[in-house]
Write a protein that binds this ligand. Structure first.
Ligand code: EPU
Length: 420
């Protein structure tokens, strides 16, 4: 198990280019299962462990998949699918594998998909996905940890989500794209990655409108054709680097990302004292000498992203004053708090709110990553801590960030991966 060793307290400066967005690439790759004719070519695919997991799932289902990691290009030929079961073994490695339910059902009339189970962010049910498919006419049953959904062809309907679900919206988009009639999703997720999936599916012949708004309309079509598509840049990776500059000090320019996808994040960083300059396809951030305290509430897009909550907390550990962060998206997403306390942070948690009393300095210690984003938060806290920080269990971080240590080192951070 690799670890990162960070000698913190050094300012960073330079330019970083982000990879394609993991959370856009995964649904787009799963969406390629819908295409019966020919081979789809997908560009800007980040060479991450989660992508490998989904590739293994597609191969298990009978699709032919290749990935050129250097060129970041994947091809998917889903002409013949030979299996309709998504086994637990692959599902347990990554919850997003549940995204194959919609495409398998739409293509094969029946899907048997393992329930993803709990995860380190809390219970994370999939009831909204299931209710959505039931509203489209699927017969659903559950047995021994597997969901079976069947419908010779799904039928369009109006679906009301109790709350916006990112992958829930995407799963229904697949089913509705090939359903008979028109589907409306009310209270759909508005994330930029949902828009990217809609653009991809529309290029393949789907008729989706309203993506990026709470009401999406999908007119079902008979079939989709293969396409060439380039995945959007990763707003979460970009946000992580901007926050790294905030903890370490200095300035970074991130490119390969649309600044509009980070509106709320940039607003909070400006409140904390950052100077930001927006460029075409990039953002330059200059960190203040010391950040100011800010309050933030995580919320579905366009709110502050839960996926950058740990990174923002890392920034605020050394800010002047008292900050409060309320987590409203996941039940249990403060696992990094205990670890940040080991670095000297003064953080208390009551229910879903963390109070961060900014300290003058953090000092290095050994800490443990428990999920992708908690791990990223610990890395950037380590950059801002004096002395040596060791971040253990970096395999969590590797699920969502490609060679993050090399990228950060390229702008002056003292961080190394040690195999152990
Ligand atoms: N929820 C339900 N029922 C459902 C679905 C969701 O109650 O059927 C709840 C969840 O438990 C959670 C909330 O709704 O409390 C929002 O969950 P959502 O469904 O939006 O999350 P997701 O689709 O499972 C995606 C990202 C996550 C990201 C969340 C929130 C992908 C592959 N995953 O998950 O990304 O945190 O949206 O924005 O897109 C990550 O990249 O590290 C990551 C965890």
């Amino acid at each position: 198990m690799d670890k990162f060793v960070i000698h913190g307290g050094k300012k960073i400066a330079g330019r970083l280019t982000v990879e394609g967005a993991k959370n856009a690439a995964l649904p787009i790759i799963a969406g390629a299962l819908l295409m019966k004719n020919g081979e789809s070519t997908l560009h800007n695919i980040p060479p991450l462990r989660d992508i490998d997991t989904l590739m293994a799932m597609l191969k298990h289902l009978g699709a032919a998949v290749t990935l050129d990691r250097e060129k970041r290009t994947m091809t998917v030929n889903a002409g013949t699918l030979t299996a309709n079961t998504a086994p637990y073994d692959l599902m347990r490695q990554m919850r997003a594998s549940f995204l194959v339910l919609g495409p398998i059902l739409a293509r094969m009339g029946k899907a048997v998909v393992s329930l993803p189970g709990g995860c380190s962010l809390g219970p994370r049910p999939v009831d909204l996905h299931i209710k959505g498919f039931a509203a489209l006419g699927a017969e659903i049953s559950e047995d021994q940890g597997y969901i079976t959904a069947s419908a010779p062809r799904l039928t369009g309907n109006t679906i009301y989500f109790d709350r916006p679900s990112h992958t829930g919206t995407e799963n229904i988009m697949y089913g509705a794209a090939l359903a008979s009639g028109t589907t409306r999703i009310i209270n759909a997720a508005c994330d930029p990655e949902v828009i990217d999936l809609a653009l991809f599916l529309n290029k393949a012949g789907a008729r989706i409108s309203g993506a990026g708004t709470p009401t999406m309309t999908i007119e079902g079509v008979e079939s989709l054709h293969s396409v060439e598509y380039s995945v959007m840049g990763d707003r979460l990776e970009a946000g992580t680097y901007l926050m790294a500059a905030m903890t370490a000090g200095g300035e970074v320019e991130v490119s390969g990302v649309e600044a509009s996808a980070l509106d709320m994040v940039l607003k909070k960083l400006r409140e904390a004292g950052a100077e930001t300059i927006l460029r075409d396809g990039g953002i330059l951030l200059r960190a203040p000498e010391r950040c100011r305290a800010v309050n933030a509430v995580t919320f579905p897009f366009p709110g502050f992203p839960t996926d950058l909550q740990a990174c923002l907390m890392a920034v605020l550990t050394k800010a002047e004053g008292i900050s409060r962060i309320r987590e409203t998206v996941f039940e249990d997403r403060f696992s990094h708090v205990m670890e940040m306390r080991r670095l000297g942070a003064d953080i208390s948690v009551a229910a879903n709110e963390a109070t961060i009393n900014g300290v003058a300095a953090l000092s290095g210690a050994a800490v443990m990553a428990s999920d992708i984003r908690a791990g990223a938060g610990l890395v950037i806290a380590g950059l801002g801590a004096s002395g040596t920080t060791e971040v253990l269990r970096v395999y969590h971080i590797d699920r969502g960030y490609y060679r993050v240590e090399e990228k950060l080192a390229s702008v002056g951070a003292d961080i190394q991966r040690i195999a152990s």
